[in-house]
Design a protein around this ligand. Structure first.
Ligand code: SF4
Length: 929
């Protein structure tokens, strides 16, 4: 066994290895080691610069066998430190139970013990036994797994011996004590622990619920998360209770890095924040000068759905530097949002949630609020509706959680055929004399030949189309049965039930509008609401987008972008590949007649869009892998996502546990949340504002960029105070911050278009009517894809596409309760909630000899996903389903092994909105070899 003096030297040497390689080179001679380890290898092992190297360096991981950071183990470590009067020193931003810090603590105990014999000897033994032995075991195993460098082997052997109490031979002078920085350390008095606090947090994920939660926190360790019901009855969800296991983990990106390997290979080198800011500034300048502002693009981001967010700050900076290529539309609701103004003249077509309770029946069409939250209280309202006995019908290819929870009837439908069902429902209602003719005559354009806009030839009305007077095909229930797979008698019964129930709420979800003909779906549901006269009625619905006017919540001021060109968000890969070929008519380019340049510089700040969330992953991989396309890809994220692996500059962002922010609700609720940070940013993480400001300084634009607001806090206050000017009900920022949640006084319930209907007013459309027939769309002269009517249009990879011979199954995606888009993918607890699997119908499985749980390959011309089967009767025959958001993880043969839906989806945009058709895919399925 080593003497106390020797132990002191040993702990010191071990500490220096985990603190700083240069210091270690000096100290290693005491252990008889000549250090030759390269900084690059050192960073790969200890700093996270290599994607496939994971060394758990913290007691929190070792003691729990998980990847958790800053948990109750960390707290126990801190308590031991404080009991012994030890102040931990910053060690590259690591949590205090970092192995280097543990060795430093043991060094402290040893030097104190030397000075005052016996002091802390017992404490050292206890600490070693409780924490360090396990941490060292984990670290040694991982280091030796990842490296066979002799220096590491020697170090690991010594670490093992020291913590086990075996004697280690020291080299060099031990008497007098070497002049380490610690030689003069003195024993401190016990330091009181911070008391435990409940902190109001509001995750700024792009979850539709936006709950206020409460974190039990002590000494920067997050011990528990529960819903905060002090102001509103938030319930949270399993993801929320497990936020810690998602965000406070050893998987975090830790320091700014620059790519060293090929794009996507996952090899980086550590750089300083200053170097990062300088490089970003150089690239902004370089691309601006070489290609013009349209070469610079900030991807649509929703990873930080809060007031202060990196993408807005970066756009602000680029705007000050000459501009950037903008985008419009977003992936969630591209078709619905684009098309509604053509019908109603606005997007605000929803009702206050409580109005559901006045409905005589509710139809949830492609809507699964049980897993895909639409406000924190929507499910509670649906439950009330069910308890009230309001019949609920769900139309969905999957027997979703909402079907199981609420539905009196589930009507499975073939994906992308929703408008055919709507056509048949409308026609049956009409033929049965159940239509609200008065409402249509008074408020609608295009229902029949007598109510058509001028300049349109005869035979173009909805009635003419439905009756088959023009094309010879009557849109009967039997006609729709062939297309949709829904029995004709079910269609007739639903039509009659919907038309006879007054009022009835038809609530379309966003799923069916993410199909190849997604625009038509929302036009169809609007037509149904009109033909039954449910528009503007209490308990009814417009069949349109669910948005309602809300308070003017704090928001980032509009960014002045000198470059006026804009593209649909879904077409960013096309703008990388060949922006010059993009036109207004074909690609929806706005603001300019032609884009000056393809995209050369991308900022992808807090989102999974680069790969996981964008269609046709393999195509995007090829595009990004070639540096001739995008010359610089800057990513800021919390984790090394599949897209982040492709970054040239990879910048670590803090999680919501580490930064204050203001969090607005997602859909319609009248409240505002404040997210309080629970700890300082871990490692070297920085909120984007900080490095973007430093970039601005390198560009000589700092003063303009900050506009007198030097810190994030000052930005928050200024933006919040701006909102108070139009919303005087808002309290001061300090009052709001202290409460964590502000609720606006309840106003009158909102019922879309009630005022227009009651006052016989005008809609904000060219005709002033609800445009069932749109002359604007008709005049586009693309009748097969963008007809003047809301009629069914068959789309590529729909159920009638000839390639069905080769790929006979329709593949759809769905929102899963185990993720919020691509967030929580790394959370192993969520894996238990819903393991990765492809849903396949019993008959489709039997036809292929597939058993439940067997590994399958789902494939088409775009790629292959290898994943276990969930054989079930909860999905329509002929349809398979994968949840969205699985991170692309290719095996050596290129097949994805995490269920990344977008490996199989198409980048062909929808015809009008140029939106994402990610639920329209044909595939085949086979057993994996
Ligand atoms: S993930 Fe969504 S539903 Fe769950 S706690 Fe967070 S905000 Fe609420």
């Amino acid at each position: 066994m080593n003497s106390q003096k020797e132990l002191y030297i040993l702990w010191h040497c071990l500490r220096t290895f985990f603190e700083d390689l240069e210091q270690w080179r000096q100290a290693s001679s005491y252990l008889g080691i000549t250090s030759t380890l390269l900084q690059e290898s050192y960073d790969d092992l200890l700093k996270g610069t290599r994607a496939d190297v994971h060394v758990p360096l913290w007691a929190s991981c070792a003691k729990t066998g998980t990847r958790e950071l800053c948990n109750s183990v960390t707290l126990r470590v801190i308590r031991q430190y404080k009991d012994c009067g030890y102040e931990s020193a910053p060690m590259d931003g690591n949590p205090p139970d970092y192995i280097g810090q543990q060795f430093r603590f043991l060094e402290y105990l040893s030097v104190c013990s030397l000075r005052e014999e016996g002091r802390f000897q017992q404490a050292a033994a206890v600490f070693l036994r409780e924490f360090t032995v396990d941490t060292v075991r984990w670290v040694r195993e991982a280091l030796l797994r990842h490296s066979d460098h002799p220096e590491l082997q020697a170090l690991c052997a010594i670490m093992g011996d020291v913590v086990q109490g075996r004697t280690v031979v020291l080299h060099g002078q031990t008497e007098p004590l070497p002049p380490f920085d610690s030689v003069d350390w003195k024993a401190g008095m016990p330091i009181p622990m911070e008391s435990e606090r409940q902190i109001a947090i509001a995750s700024f994920n792009d979850c539709g619920a936006k709950c206020l939660m409460s974190a039990r926190v002590q000494e920067g360790c997050v011990l528990e998360i529960t819903p905060d019901t002090s102001v509103l009855p938030f319930t949270g969800c399993s993801r929320g209770r497990a936020y810690r296991q998602t965000f406070l983990t050893a998987d975090r990106l830790r320091y700014p890095m620059e790519r060293t390997g090929k794009r996507g290979e996952g090899r980086f080198r550590r750089i300083t924040w200053d170097e990062a800011a300088k490089k970003v500034a150089q690239e902004i300048r370089k691309t601006g000068q070489a290609y013009g502002p349209s070469s610079r693009f900030v991807t649509p981001a929703s990873g930080v759905s809060a007031l202060l967010r990196g993408d807005r700050f970066m756009k602000r900076l680029l705007g000050l530097d000459g501009g950037y290529l903008n985008y419009y539309n977003y992936y969630s609701a591209a078709c619905a949002n684009y098309v509604m103004p053509y019908v109603y003249g606005t997007l605000e077509c929803g009702h206050t949630e409580e109005d559901l309770l006045h409905a005589g029946m509710i139809i949830l069409w492609g809507h699964n609020p049980s897993a895909n939250y639409f406000g924190p209280f929507f499910n509670r309202t649906l439950t009330q509706a069910k308890e009230q006995g309001i019949p609920i019908v769900v139309i969905d290819p999957r027997k979703s959680e909402s079907v199981l929870t609420y539905a009196d009837e589930w009507i499975p439908i073939k994906p992308s055929t929703d408008s055919a069902l709507a056509d048949a429902l409308c026609w049956h209602i009409w033929k049965s004399g159940l239509q609200d003719q008065k409402f249509m005559d008074e408020f609608c354009l295009g229902f029949d030949e007598a109510h058509m806009p001028e300049g349109v030839p005869a035979g173009e009305s909805y009635h003419t189309y439905l009756s088959g007077a023009k094309d010879g095909v009557e849109k009967t229930a039997e006609w729709a049965q062939e297309i949709t797979g829904i029995p004709a008698d079910v269609i007739r019964r639903l039509a009659e039930q919907y038309a006879r129930t007054k009022p009835a709420c038809l609530m379309p979800g966003l799923g069916p509008q993410r199909t190849g003909n997604g625009e038509q779906f929302y036009r169809s549901t609007a037509a149904l609401a009109c033909i039954t006269g449910n528009v503007g009625k209490r308990g009814g619905s417009s069949g349109g987008t669910p948005w309602i006017p809300t308070h003017l919540l704090p928001d980032f001021a509009a960014i002045d972008n000198p470059y006026k060109g804009s593209i649909p968000s879904f077409l960013w890969t096309k703008a990388v590949e060949n922006a010059g070929s993009m036109t207004a008519r074909e690609d929806g380019v706005t603001g300019v007649t032609k884009l000056d340049s393809s995209i050369k510089l991308i900022f992808n700040l807090a989102n999974g869009l680069l790969l996981t969330q964008h269609s046709n992953v393999n195509q995007t991989v090829q595009l990004l892998a070639d540096k001739k396309n995008v010359e610089m890809l800057v990513v800021s994220d919390v984790f090394l996502t599949s897209g982040a692996r492709f970054a040239d500059l990879l910048l670590p962002a803090p999680s919501f546990f580490e930064v204050d922010n203001i969090v607005p609700p997602w859909v319609t609720d009248n409240y505002l949340l404040y997210n309080h940070r629970c700890m300082e940013p871990l490692f070297g993480c920085r909120f984007e504002y900080q490095w973007i400001r430093e970039t601005a300084a390198y560009l000589g634009l700092e003063e303009d960029f900050i506009d007198g607001k030097a810190t994030q806090e000052e930005w928050m206050k200024a933006l919040y105070d701006d909102a108070r000017k139009s919303e005087p009900e808002l309290p001061t920022l300090e009052e709001f911050k202290s409460a964590g949640c502000f609720v606006f006084e309840a106003g009158d319930p909102h019922i879309a278009f009630q005022e227009i209907i009651e006052n016989k007013g005008r809609f904000d459309t060219p005709s002033g009517k609800i445009e069932i027939f749109s002359k604007t769309l008709y005049d586009m002269d693309r009748p097969d894809e963008i007809p003047g009517l809301p009629r069914y249009t068959a789309c590529a990879e729909g159920p009638d596409d000839p390639i069905k011979e080769k790929y006979p199954l329709q593949l759809i995606g769905y929102h899963t309760k185990r993720r919020c888009h691509s967030i929580h993918e790394n959370n192993t607890l969520m894996e238990e909630l819903e393991p990765p699997a492809v849903w396949i119908h019993l008959q489709d499985a039997a036809d292929r000899g597939i058993k439940n749980g067997e590994l399958l390959e789902i494939f088409n011309d775009r790629g292959c996903v290898r994943i276990p089967a969930l054989v079930t009767d909860r999905i329509m025959k002929g349809v398979v389903a994968l949840s969205e958001g699985g991170w692309f993880k290719p095996a050596t043969d290129g097949a994805d092994e995490r269920g990344c839906l977008n490996v199989l989806t198409s980048s062909r945009p929808t015809p009008l909105a140029n939106g994402n058709p990610q639920h329209t895919n044909l595939v085949q399925v086979r057993k994996a070899k």
